[in-house]
Design a protein around this ligand. Structure first.
Ligand SMILES: Cc1ncc(COP(=O)(O)O)c(C=O)c1O
Length: 339
């Protein structure tokens, strides 16, 4: 049995999702004439209580668009050192927006309001880059699916307001945080200027992300998306998958979190496991006493796949296609594993 815990992005559409896609009404979305895309954008904008949502082919493009909207070339954004926008978007912050990053050493990918405050360059000190944006991630990817305390999110907002900084949330896995912490999207909409969310991670859609925000900042988003080559035509087939994912796969994220915690509990009992980081959502990060690459290749021989994250860290990510049957099989394999 193949077990693939490399990422929650590897899921394939179910038969039901494919049927929803087949039945989608479509039109030319470059002319804003695709009813399925329009419906998805309206649905997500309403969830967050924002004026607009715009459909994107990827989370990276949604984040990069947000950064472009919030900044001018030469300016600086503040983010955690693990931030996806800095580490895994191909240097897009500098390539697309001409912006530098001030990286903070946070806790599991999460930064505090005090850290943000001390990282802001004085606006009248013209020798340094003008700080114009704070980007945070919830849940954190490289931080192991950790969820922010909402109070800290609001504290950072306060700093942003006092210092005239934009506030963007990379919410690729915000759905996981909302489910894990029993929070509402609308509360996040009140705090952030822009939020990107992904349909193609835990929700199991094949493609698609959205950027939400109010008119003032979002009116230019469609032009930036065009510039980045992200305007698509009859893309309602993908939007229909996204609507299906939101309607059917949101509450079940709890199952992924439960499986992740069960995996963590088994890992902790294994003699060769050194440390398992706290598990809040669907990402498990752990270290072992043995060679991490060797563990990955021995498991791969059993058709069990996961990634190393450098510095000896290993990662499992649970998801929609990691069924209960696969879970039980994998737990057994782990418990009986020897080097
Ligand atoms: C935290 C975070 N932000 C953004 C993205 C980008 O998403 P995409 O792969 O759709 O560009 C990812 C992808 O895994 C992610 O983990």
């Amino acid at each position: 049995m193949r077990i693939d815990l490399r990422s929650d992005t590897i899921t394939r559409p179910t038969q039901e999702m494919l049927e929803a896609m087949m039945q989608a009404e479509v039109g030319d979305d470059v002319y804003k004439e695709d009813p399925s895309v329009n419906a998805l954008e309206e649905k997500v904008a309403n969830m967050f209580g924002k004026d607009q949502a715009l459909f994107f082919p990827s989370g990276s493009m949604a984040n990069q668009t947000a950064i472009k909207l919030h900044t001018h070339p030469g300016e600086q954004l503040i983010a955690d050192q693990y931030a996806h926008v800095y580490n895994y978007e191909g240097g897009g912050v500098s390539f697309n927006s001409g912006v530098s990053c001030k990286l903070l050493s946070g806790h599991r990918g999460m930064i505090t309001a005090d850290q943000v405050l001390s990282a802001i360059n004085p606006p009248d000190f013209y020798h340094s880059a003008l700080t114009s944006l704070v980007c945070i991630e919830n849940t954190t990817n490289k931080g192991g699916g950790a969820c922010y305390d909402f109070e800290e999110i609001k504290n950072i907002k306060q700093v942003c307001q006092e210092h005239n900084l934009g506030y963007h949330l990379d919410g690729a896995r915000l759905w996981n945080a909302l489910v894990a912490k029993n929070e509402e999207a609308i509360e996040y909409g009140k705090v952030f200027d822009t939020i990107s969310v992904c349909l193609s991670k835990g929700l199991g859609a094949p493609v698609g992300s959205l950027l939400v925000g109010d008119n003032e900042i979002m009116n230019d988003a469609i032009r930036v998306r065009k510039t980045l080559g992200g305007a698509m035509r009859q893309v309602g087939y993908l939007a229909a998958a996204g609507i299906y994912a939101l309607d059917h796969n949101y509450d079940r994220l709890e199952e992924d979190h439960k499986k992740a915690k069960e995996l963590g509990a088994v890992l902790m009992d294994l003699s060769f496991v050194k440390k398992v980081e706290p598990i809040e959502t669907n990402i498990i990060i752990f270290t072992i006493d043995e060679d991490a690459d060797n563990f990955i290749s021995l498991m791969a021989k059993k058709d069990i796949h996961f990634y190393g994250m450098g510095q000896g860290k290993l990662r499992f990510v649970t998801h929609l296609d990691y069924t209960q049957q696969k879970h039980e099989y994998f737990l057994e394999e782990l418990m009986s594993f020897t080097f």
